[in-house]
Design a protein around this ligand. Structure first.
Ligand code: ATP
Length: 302
């Protein structure tokens, strides 16, 4: 396949609403490209246009202008969806089905034969750590287990493109890590993954690149480490830092360490000299970066 696995160019979507008899511009000319093997985070405040983007990619609504392609095919071509896996937010699986039956239905809808469904179901439920629940009805599943099953259903046909809305919603920290590992494996095997999430720390840990949408426009895009730039702050853990020294170097105590705002390295070293002169020991010194949450809040408030 030539070109990115997911590509949108100049995408505009204007909804006509009967409520206000007006028009809402949900997307105002966005460009995005996700190559195979990449985990891409789509961020933005409520109403920014994330769901609309995903709905256009799935052919559930149509763009007003611009192009959207999956695996090189326009999304108006149903063939483009054959190798797409989708996990909607707050998805519902009928409670009377077991995990095995659920995956069998999704597998058959994707055109898989029964041997492949059987193999893939066990493989995915094992990776997601719910294999022992394979013959239990979904109504007995916790929220986190239902979420894992939804992910298994989205992955049953080994898709090339994954569109995931809040994949770790309701999942405990251990489960979130398992899901992150699974998504990384899928990306390593070549899948292009678009993750839509409000959990910014989760996106920071999972995604290679992100785009931030605001009012239907891309206001920032890039690798996570490009966006979370280094600040002029250092984290210091050391003994013998008293209040006078803190005040001298504009430091503050935060959760057992000291955060120091310094203008240059000379100032930083001057502080270290003073700590040592007092017989203090430095056990950690590291430059601090802004988090994705800091960047996000700045962008959406601007
Ligand atoms: P959230 O984080 O709250 O899910 P979102 O970023 O997914 O938000 P969208 O659901 O894409 O945002 O909505 C973008 C804009 O389009 C909003 O102003 C929303 O009210 C509007 N919108 C979405 N769907 C429709 C629709 N079917 N008819 C009219 N307006 C709509």
């Amino acid at each position: 396949m030539d070109g990115p696995a997911i590509e949108v160019r100049g995408l505009r979507k204007v909804y006509r609403t009967s409520i206000t008899r007006g028009r809402i511009t949900a997307l105002d000319g966005i460009d995005l490209a996700v190559p195979q093997g990449q985990l891409f985070g789509l961020l933005g405040p409520n109403g920014a246009g994330k769901t609309t983007t995903v709905k256009i990619l799935l052919g559930l609504t149509h763009q007003t202008e611009g192009t959207a392609r999956i695996a090189g095919l326009p999304v108006s071509d149903p063939e483009s969806r054959r190798r797409v896996g989708y996990l909607p937010e707050g998805h519902k699986i009928p409670g009377y089905l077991t995990a095995r039956q659920t995956l069998s239905i999704f597998g058959r809808m994707s055109g898989l034969d029964s041997a492949t469904i059987k193999r893939r179901s066990v493989e995915l439920l094992e990776k997601l750590n719910i294999a022992q629940w394979i013959d239990v009805r979904v109504k007995k599943f916790s929220k986190g287990m239902t979420q894992r099953l939804g992910l298994a259903a989205a992955l049953i046909h080994s898709p090339n493109v994954l569109l995931l809305d809040e994949p770790t919603d309701g999942v405990d920290p251990v489960g979130r890590r398992e899901i992150r590992d699974l998504l990384r494996d899928e990306a390593k095997n070549g899948a292009a993954i678009l993750v839509n999430s409000h959990l910014l720390s989760e996106i920071e840990m999972t995604c290679d690149r992100v785009a931030v949408l605001r009012s239907g426009k891309v206001v920032a895009a890039g690798r996570v480490e490009e966006l979370t730039r280094q600040t002029a702050k250092y984290k210091v853990i050391a003994t013998a830092i008293d209040d006078a020294l803190l005040a001298q170097f504009h430091g503050e105590r935060v959760n057992g360490h000291v955060e120091l705002s310094v203008d240059d390295l000379q100032q930083l070293n001057a502080m270290l000299d003073q700590i040592r002169a007092r017989g203090g020991l430095v056990s950690e010194l590291s430059p601090m970066r802004s988090t994705l949450e800091d960047v996000f809040v700045d962008l959406v408030r601007a």
